[in-house]
Design a protein around this ligand. Structure first.
Ligand SMILES: Cc1cc2nc3c(=O)[nH]c(=O)nc-3n(C[C@H](O)[C@H](O)[C@H](O)COP(=O)(O)OP(=O)(O)OC[C@H]3O[C@@H](n4cnc5c(N)ncnc54)[C@H](O)[C@@H]3O)c2cc1C
Length: 387
């Protein structure tokens, strides 16, 4: 895969081992791991690194529920278990914090059947969440974790505290990852991957520049889907769709070590500095991807009811963006059918921050060796219904 390179950003023709299209959390991880493997990388970002879905502030790292265990859940579990070491390495290299903390998660139980289900899930967590040297806990409790965390009204049947969930500050994480890239990565902001000629192993950018790459990895978030649609002459929905989300950042002055709280689709995520991020909506029908509206007001009101210490906390920021959801909901990782040089890594949907490092590892292993061990449901063919 190794190619010679030319390294002036002013050149009209560049060459590299790996071309990455998209400077979100996934593309940054692909660039970082490729460089660590000794490859020369060009990272194309259409606009600005971290300006897409990865530029928010919610940062919940929430494991899938432990029952009905499957390869996807195992993949995410491994990724969540290894993330602290990956983050620590980036922080050590760059001297920057990523705002990571294994804070755990509270799941308030509102109905009797939630308590019964939580009991079954405890057994499943004990069976599957065993990670040396100590496993992760799934504890059932009758009292709030702390005053108003969560409200008594939210937990008439108790609550679960699980200790696998964590949080990270997306903006700090993206900035630290970007800072961790060294001289073997040429990052070109404001330049998009426009077309791809697989036979020639060559990409053409929005600036008309040609890039000869050993392999190209499309990590363009939701924009990957229309790109693949054009390339394979299919509708974008055959690959996936954007799902809008809205979130708010509150100056709650809470203990940043509190566990995150999740109930009925509402996340409350404590962050450093006493901030609390709350979210989020899931909208498939929207006019403006980046505006916030009354749906976010409802989320904020529900978050305040769930966690009364947020009552009265000023809203510092409202934010909206588009998550990439692949057609079969699982991440989409691997070779694009009919293309020997083009791979894709996207579709992390609501869990990208916890798994991006392993999505990147998998796509690079495939680029290097032709395949890697990963859930079959991640393959592009699976998404397209050919497996
Ligand atoms: C409100 C909200 C809350 C969320 N909360 C969480 C959470 O708590 N935990 C979690 O894990 N996930 C969360 N997510 C989801 C997560 O943010 C996304 O899944 C993740 O950021 C996707 O990363 P990505 O790198 O695939 O895409 P992106 O971050 O969107 O990056 C893609 C990049 O590609 C660029 N691009 C597009 N087209 C091209 C092209 N042709 N050439 C070059 N570059 C191109 C874009 O400009 C963009 O910068 C949330 C999302 C939203 C909207």
């Amino acid at each position: 895969m190794t190619q010679s390179r030319s390294y002036s950003p002013a050149d009209n023709h560049l060459s590299c081992d790996i071309l990455v299209a998209g400077g979100g959390i996934v593309g940054l991880w692909v660039a970082r791991l490729a460089e660590k493997a000794g490859l020369h990388v060009v990272l194309l970002e259409k606009d600005r690194i971290g300006c897409g879905a990865s530029g928010g502030f919610l940062g919940a790292l929430m494991p899938h529920m432990p029952e009905r265990w499957n390869p996807k859940k195992q993949f995410q579990f491994q990724a969540l278990a290894t993330l602290p070491d990956r983050v620590a390495a980036i922080e050590a290299e760059t001297g920057r914090s990523c705002g990571y903390r294994r804070c755990g998660r509270l799941l308030p139980l509102a109905r009797p059947h939630h308590a019964a289900l939580a009991g079954e899930r405890r057994a499943a967590a004990e069976a599957h969440w065993d990670h040396p040297p100590h496993g992760f806990a799934w504890e059932m409790r009758q009292r709030a974790y702390a005053e108003g965390w969560p409200s008594a009204d939210a937990m008439p049947h108790g609550l679960v505290l699980e200790t696998l969930a964590a949080r990270i500050n997306p903006r700090l994480y993206v900035a630290a990852l970007k800072a961790s890239l060294g001289g073997a990565v040429m990052a070109l902001d404001g330049e998009a991957l426009d077309r791809f000629d697989d036979a020639a192993g060559r990409a053409i950018t929005s600036h008309g520049r040609t890039i000869a790459a050993g392999r190209t990895v499309l990590a363009a978030g939701h924009a990957s889907f229309p790109f693949l649609g054009r390339l394979l002459d299919r509708p974008p929905e055959a690959f996936g769709m954007p799902v809008k989300g809205q979130a708010a950042l509150l100056d709650a002055k809470i203990d940043p070590d509190l566990p995150l709280v999740f109930q009925d689709g509402i996340y409350v995520v404590p962050h450093e500095g006493g901030l609390a991020a709350v979210g989020s909506t899931s909208e498939t029908d929207f006019d403006d991807p980046f505006s916030t509206d009354g749906q976010l007001d409802t989320v904020i009101a529900r978050a305040r009811a769930l966690c009364p210490p947020l009552a009265g906390a000023p809203v510092l920021e409202r934010w909206a963006s588009l998550r990439p959801k692949a057609v079969r909901r699982d991440p989409m990782v691997g070779f694009v059918p009919g293309h020997s040089n083009l791979l894709v890594a996207t579709g992390g949907f609501k869990i990208s921050f916890g798994i991006a490092h392993d999505m990147a590892r998998c796509v690079l292993e495939q680029a290097e060796h032709g395949d890697c061990a990963m859930p079959e449901s991640f393959r592009v063919e699976h998404h397209l219904g050919r497996m």
